[in-house]
Design a protein around this ligand. Structure first.
Ligand SMILES: *[C@@H]1O[C@H](CO)[C@@H](O)[C@H](O)[C@H]1NC(C)=O
Ligand SMILES: *[C@@H]1O[C@H](CO)[C@@H](O)[C@H](O)[C@H]1NC(C)=O
Ligand SMILES: *[C@@H]1O[C@H](CO)[C@@H](O)[C@H](O)[C@H]1NC(C)=O
Length: 347
């Protein structure tokens, strides 16, 4: 029996079948060896091409329909992919491989699929990425690598991703990053580095992307936010820095930001912020659209904090966790809400 999907384009299918979406379970098709790898897959055909969704195969499914545009093999405990896995489906645009046990990807895996737009590798066991893996991936828009075991990042990991808009590296074991990791990623608008082990970031890290809008750095071990890091990002609108160990935010750290609408600095180790830090962010400069959070920091309520207290007062309509933003020191002030410190605001 010749496999029906090998007989050519969707147009050659029975015209009586609905053109929009034809959903066929391959379960039940005779166990011919050429289809055995697709037994756990559903194939949906449309004018765009085939969508193949597999749950639970122990081996990578093949042969894939030649017009496959969307492939997902998820929750399947795959430990490796054959180097030639994607040969034969040159039109592939989305590849979803989340919740497997992949530890590495073959270096040439993506070479046959230059039109790939989305690659999701959430919840695998990747330790690293082969240099050159994305050499042919100039069309990739979204790359999700969250919840893997990535550690020592190489500056060659992401070479070739010139159209990448969304990069998700959250939930890995990254301790530091090379300054040029993002050098060629001029289209990047969303970067998620949350829940790693980052202690510092190189000052030049964000010089490659030019239009970053969302930056997630929460859940790391950052101690210091320097003047240089955010300077190249005038369009940044959402910034998560909560759940770190920040003791210092330098006076010019937010100076380049023109459109920040959301800032989370909660649950850090800030005792104070330098005068001038806040001037560019909220009122009177502009209105933050979404709001900000500076709660759960051990604020020391003395003269130096007057600048922050005045700014909080002017922006109180956008302030989250007002009840959890309190003085830790000095003793006489402990437990007082920063918003209630009229005596500091008037200093
Ligand atoms: C994957 O492995 C887990 C743990 O061994 C098991 O519980 C689960 O059933 C496996 N899933 C498949 C699809 O084989
Ligand atoms: C504060 O951040 C630490 C990590 O730095 C986290 O473990 C803890 O759960 C956070 N606490 C709250 C109240 O969110
Ligand atoms: C803030 O705390 C006060 C008591 O200190 C309480 O009465 C009030 O309901 C709290 N507000 C919120 C929004 O939790």
């Amino acid at each position: 029996m010749a496999s029906w999907w090998q007989q050519g384009s969707p147009q050659s299918l029975n015209p009586c079948l609905p053109r929009t979406l034809l959903l066929l379970a391959l379960l039940g098709i005779s166990a011919e060896s050429s289809v055995s790898g697709l037994k756990e897959c559903l194939i949906a055909q449309s004018a765009r091409g085939s969508t193949v969704s597999c749950h639970g195969p122990t081996e990578f499914p093949r042969p894939l329909p030649a017009d496959t545009v969307h492939l997902s093999v998820e929750f399947s405990n795959l430990t490796q992919l054959p180097a030639t896995a994607l040969q034969g489906c040159p039109r592939l645009r989305e590849l979803h491989l989340s919740s497997n046990r992949l530890q590495a990807l073959p270096p040439g895996l993506l070479a046959p699929v230059p039109g790939l737009r989305v690659l999701d590798l959430t919840r695998n066991a990747l330790h690293g990425l082969a240099p050159g893996l994305f050499r042919a991936s100039g069309a990739l828009r979204t790359l999700v690598l969250r919840e893997n075991q990535l550690r020592a990042a190489s500056e060659r990991w992401l070479w070739g991703l010139r159209a990448l808009g969304h990069l998700d590296l959250a939930g890995n074991r990254l301790r530091s990053l090379p300054a040029r990791l993002l050098a060629g990623l001029h289209a990047l608008h969303t970067l998620d580095l949350g829940d790693n082990l980052l202690e510092t970031l190189p000052a030049g890290l964000l010089r490659g992307p030019r239009r970053l809008q969302r930056l997630h750095l929460e859940g790391n071990r950052l101690q210091r936010l320097g003047d240089g890091l955010l300077a190249p990002q005038p369009f940044l609108s959402v910034l998560f820095l909560n759940d770190n160990q920040l003791t210092t935010v330098e006076a010019g750290a937010f100076r380049g930001l023109r459109q920040l609408d959301m800032l989370d600095l909660s649950n850090n180790s800030l005792t104070s912020t330098p005068p001038g830090l806040w001037a560019s962010l909220g009122r009177p400069a502009r209105d933050m659209q979404e709001g900000f959070d500076v709660s759960h920091n051990p604020w020391v309520c003395d003269r130096v904090l007057a600048d922050l207290c005045r700014w909080l007062d002017a922006n109180r309509h956008k302030m989250f966790s007002q009840n959890d933003t309190r003085c830790a020191e000095p003793e006489a002030m402990r437990g007082r809400r920063l918003l209630d410190l009229a005596e500091l605001r008037s200093l």
